[in-house]
Design a protein around this ligand. Structure first.
Ligand code: G
Ligand code: G
Ligand code: MN
Ligand code: NA
Length: 253
C-alpha cells in the first residue's frame, strides 16, 4: 500500500490536521498571526510532515479537494478564535494547481459568507514556483482575493529565478524571506547585505516582510537591526495544534 493510494481515504476520514506556527513582531515580541501547516495523522505511520506527502497531493487529482479542506479548517479556526475575542490572522499555503482551479475563488467566497469571518484575517501563501505556472492567471487570482479582502504572500522569497518580476507584476501584501537567507546571517556579511537590500526594497514598495526559519536569538537580533520587523521560526515556536497555541497567544499578549 502506497501513501499515494491512501490520500483519498485520509481526506475523507479527516486524518489531516492543521498545526499553527506563530509569527512574531521582533520589537514587541507580540504574536502577529500564525501560518497553518498541515500534518497527516497516519493510522500506521504516525504523524507525517508535509514534506513527505505534499508532492504526492500535488501530483494527484486530490489537490483541489485537499486545499479546500485546509482552507475550510483554517477559516473555521479563525471563526472559533474570533468568537473567543482572539482575532488571529492565519495564512494558508496554496499549491500552484489551486490557481488554475476556476471554481476556487467562488468556493472561498461562499466560505467567507458561511463562516462570517473577517476576510482580512485570512492570507494565502504562494511560492514563486506556484505563481510561475502562469503569471497572468496568478495576477488575476491575487487581485480577486484582494477584492474579497484576503491578503497574499510570496513564500520562500528569493529562491526562485524571477523574484523581482513577481514583485513588479503581482499585488503582494507580504514577502516571506526564505530561510536560506537567515541561516548564516550571523556569520556571512553577504547574506546580511542581501537581506538589508530586500527589506529596503519591500519597504519602498509598501510590502511587509517576514523572515522565515529564525532559530537563534542572534539571527533575530540581526534581523531586527536590519529593520525586518516580523519573524517566524523554531526560536519562537514550532507548528503546534490550535489547543497548544492558545497558551502561546496569552504569553505573547
Ligand atoms: O513541514 P515541512 O518542512 O515538511 O513542509 C514542507 C512544505 O510543505 C513547506 O514548503 C510548506 O509550505 C508545505 N505545506 C505545509 N502545509 C501545507 C498545506 O496545507 N498545503 C500545501 N499546499 N503546502 C503545505
Ligand atoms: O515553505 P514553508 O515556509 O511554508 O515551510 C514551512 C516549513 O518550515 C514547516 O514544515 C515548518 O515546520 C518548517 N520550519 C518552520 N520554522 C522553521 C525553522 O526555524 N527552522 C527550520 N529548519 N524549519 C522550520
Ligand atoms: Mn509557507
Ligand atoms: Na517558506
Amino acid at each position: 500500500v502506497t501513501l499515494r493510494s491512501q490520500l483519498y481515504q485520509a481526506l475523507q476520514q479527516r486524518q489531516f490536521q492543521l498545526y499553527y506556527q506563530p509569527k512574531i513582531n521582533l520589537d514587541s515580541h507580540e504574536m502577529m498571526g500564525v501560518e497553518a501547516i498541515v500534518r497527516w495523522h497516519h493510522p500506521d505511520e504516525g504523524v507525517l510532515l508535509p514534506g513527505s506527502f505534499i508532492d504526492l497531493v500535488e501530483q494527484s487529482g486530490i489537490v483541489h479537494a485537499f486545499t479546500r479542506y485546509t482552507v475550510e479548517e483554517a477559516m473555521n479556526q479563525i471563526k472559533s478564535w474570533s468568537e473567543q475575542g482572539l482575532h488571529i490572522p492565519v495564512s494558508v499555503n496554496l499549491s500552484a494547481y489551486n490557481l488554475l482551479d476556476e471554481a476556487f475563488a467562488g468556493f472561498i467566497e461562499s466560505l467567507l459568507r458561511k463562516t462570517g469571518i473577517c476576510p482580512s484575517l485570512l492570507e494565502f501563501e504562494l511560492t514563486e514556483s506556484a505563481t510561475m505556472v502562469d503569471i497572468a492567471v496568478s495576477k488575476r487570482m491575487i487581485k480577486t482575493f484582494k477584492t474579497m479582502g484576503i491578503k497574499t504572500s510570496i513564500d520562500d522569497f528569493g529562491t526562485g529565478m524571477s523574484s523581482f518580476a513577481y514583485l513588479r507584476e503581482l499585488d503582494i501584501h507580504t514577502v516571506k524571506l526564505d530561510r536560506s537567507f537567515v541561516k548564516n546571517i550571523h556569520q556571512r556579511k553577504k547574506d546580511e547585505r542581501i537581506v538589508e537590500g530586500i527589506v529596503s526594497l519591500c519597504r519602498s514598495l509598501s510590502i511587509d516582510i517576514i523572515a522565515e526559519g529564525v532559530e537563534t536569538a542572534r539571527q533575530a537580533e540581526i534581523l531586527r537591526n536590519l529593520d525586518c520587523q516580523l519573524a517566524q521560526g523554531f526560536l519562537f515556536g514550532k507548528p503546534v495544534p490550535s489547543s497548544s497555541l492558545q497558551n502561546l497567544f496569552s504569553i505573547h499578549k
